[in-house]
Design a protein around this ligand. Sequence first.
Ligand code: 2BA
Ligand code: 2BA
Length: 109
Amino acid sequence: MKLIIAIVQDEDASRLIGSMMNEGFSVTKLATTGGFLKSGNTTLLTGVEDDRCQACLHVIENVCKSRKQIATSPVTMGGSSGMYASYPIEVTLGGATVFVMTVDQFAKY
Ligand code: 2BA
Ligand code: 2BA
């Protein structure tokens, strides 16, 4: 069995969960926050049998779209001045950041 951890954009989360459920995958949704943008994203946990893992990854790939976003990043003005200024940067948010892990044990009590 594999555990798929997919970090996706909030905008795609509902549609992705719907598509995964339609394909027979169980999903657990976590509300998470990206460390860089410090804004919300969604992490989905899905435990799947090995032979269904690729099918699940295809669903994620098909639903999740990458988007460009303008973010504000703080930058230090001078070494010891302690001053900060903000400047806009464009980041490309990936459709999904996915980790696949082998599950040692799966149990429901
Ligand atoms: P839910 O997805 O909200 O599912 C709650 C309960 O509804 C499930 O209990 C199951 O009895 C039933 N259920 C789920 N999908 C169904 C379907 N397609 N048709 C009919 N009944 C369905 P549990 O199996 O004990 O799961 C409890 C919670 O544990 C789930 O909440 C989900 O958040 C998580 N979960 C279970 N299996 C998972 C897996 N393989 N991967 C990720 N999360 C899982
Ligand atoms: P955030 O950390 O908020 O990052 C959002 C987007 O900002 C990233 O999109 C990337 O395009 C950009 N970015 C991140 N760190 C950067 C940096 N140091 N310099 C310049 N740009 C940077 P994605 O790569 O698609 O990541 C989307 C979200 O997925 C991330 O949100 C984070 O929550 C998660 N993530 C991505 N890679 C991860 C990893 N290796 N481990 C854990 N979480 C990860």
